[in-house]
Ligand binder design. Structure first.
Ligand code: ADP
Length: 265
């Protein structure tokens, strides 16, 4: 069933690709060219995990008897991981569409930053690989006035990037501190950092600097969505080096306090 389903999606993706190829043969306006670039980028990003899923599922079916339990488990894990990746990607596309139409609804409520960071960290799971995650978050932080599901998603995205670009065996740190009227959550890693000239553009849609070592190139959507969500909350997000020698990445997110909003309402 899984193979059939994946095949169907692959065919649909193939058709999308065909449409965008056909369009290429005409003289395209800028908008059409952009749409075509977006389509082929999306089809490529959807197809990559699909190919892995189909491959792993086919091996499970065809080499049934010959496979030991370890290999079976590994193939099943590949299907799960790539399925999760697809799921995240489709979620990102949906969020992007909602952000684009200004239709993102915020379900704001007083939320505990510690809990949100904890939930995002749990979501990371095996993506953390052999890196160590340090949470430096006080227990008595004031509540923030946010949509907890969306902010958890932002934190999961930023943590996922940190884990993706961090060198093996390094440390990723999350710190949170309250300021006047807002709360800062910062995620720092010991990776290569983001070059100065790209620091603002990484929040643009489809902008990617480089693929992390040994990692598949990303989609360039994650940080654009994070920025859309944070902006919708009236907060801010930016990137800077984590260390004085310019290496490492520190993503700093500022969000309004719940009390502050009530006071000014
Ligand atoms: P993706 O990671 O899928 O490519 P993002 O929008 O999340 O897309 O990130 C955009 C770009 O910013 C990435 O391609 C990468 O070059 C850079 N980047 C993001 N986070 C980090 C990080 N922690 N360390 C180094 N580079 C990063």
């Amino acid at each position: 069933v899984l193979v059939a389903l994946a095949d169907q999606v692959a065919i649909a993706v193939e058709r999308t690709q065909l449409v965008s190829d056909l369009q290429n043969s005409r003289i395209l306006s800028e908008t059409e060219r952009l749409r075509s670039a977006l389509l082929s980028s999306v089809s490529h990003d959807l197809r990559t995990p699909l190919v892995s899923i189909i491959g792993a599922a086919s091996s499970l079916i065809e080499a049934d008897e010959a496979l030991g339990p370890d290999s079976r488990r590994q193939l099943a894990e590949t299907i799960k991981e790539e399925g999760d990746r697809l799921n995240r990607y489709v979620q990102n596309l949906l969020d992007m569409t909602r952000l684009g139409y200004g239709a993102l609804k915020l379900n704001r409520q007083p939320s505990d930053a510690r809990e949100l960071v904890g939930a995002a960290a749990r979501q990371l799971g095996s993506a953390l690989r052999d890196n160590t995650l340090i949470l430096d978050i006080a227990e008595d932080l004031p509540a923030i006035d946010v949509d907890p599901i969306l902010i958890q998603q932002v934190l999961a995205n930023v943590l996922d990037n940190a884990a993706k670009y961090a060198p093996s065996g390094s440390t990723i740190a999350v710190a949170a501190a309250a300021g006047k009227g807002d709360l800062t959550i910062a995620v720092s890693d010991e990776g290569p950092g983001i070059p100065r000239e790209d620091r603002e553009r990484v929040f643009d849609m489809f902008y990617r600097v480089r693929a992390a070592d040994g990692q598949r190139a990303g989609t360039g959507l994650g940080l654009a969505i994070c920025k859309g969500i944070i902006d919708a909350h009236g907060g801010s997000i930016h990137a800077e080096p984590a260390r004085t020698d310019g290496t490492g990445t520190r993503i700093e997110i500022r969000l309004p306090l719940a009390t502050d909003r009530r006071d000014t309402a």
